[in-house]
Design a protein around this ligand. Sequence first.
Ligand code: ZN
Length: 281
Amino acid sequence: MLISTKTLLTTAQAENYAIGAFNVYNLEGVRAVIAAAEAENSPAMLQIHPGSLKHGGLPLVALCLAAARQAKVPFSVHLDHSSAAQDIKTALQAGLVSIMADGSHLKYDDNVTFTRQMTTLVHQHGGFVEAELGRLTGTEDDLTVPEHQSKLTDSDQAIEFVNQTQIDALAVCIGNVHGRYHRPPQLDFQRLEAIRNNVAVPLVLHGASGLPNSMIEKSIEFGVCKFNVNTEIRGAYLTSLKENLSLPNSPDLVPLMQTAITAMQAVVVKKLRLFKSVGKA
Ligand SMILES: [Zn+2]
């Protein structure tokens, strides 16, 4: 069933577990995430990156919303990392009312202005806004941020940012990165704790692919209630395709897609268990 991101995240926050937000690109990704969540009786989120929106357009939004409505467990559909007002307006018109308005590439004051404007707009549609304070490095789809531009979230600025923008969830930068971790990840849990003590809104951690289980568990303890997962699912998809296409008698398209779904589904199941959302549907 399709429910609001607000309900999903505030329930998770109150009950000390986290919602997995899984980036999808096509029918196979959507089927994998929903099958995993249904098998584990877990709530979850389908998430569309702007790169994916550019590729799939409104039919992809319609697919995600229809699949979420039909799912046996609670789902919301979310637009990831949107720094373009036009993308956000297009999404709202298509019925996608859970949005990450990402002004993290802007100077602080401009980030506040952009985020506040987008939040006002999304709230007029009864929607939900996630925004980022600080700057995540790494690569996700067509978005690459070099390491020297990284900036961790300041816990005092976080209070001001949430108050000034009226956002519904805050994405934190505490050493997490998009894509692959090129050295062992180090998360600043003291910083996370300080942010958690300062703001009441749900906290989000991007770049959950490649974080050790212990760090995920600790992040949940310190108040993270949404994890974004992209890289590991894509990896499972691509590996499955490569392996099967290199067989002497490679399978036809439908069995090939089915095998890829199964491979992605296994990754999603592992994450849902780690996020402790299993049985919470
Ligand atoms: Zn992200």
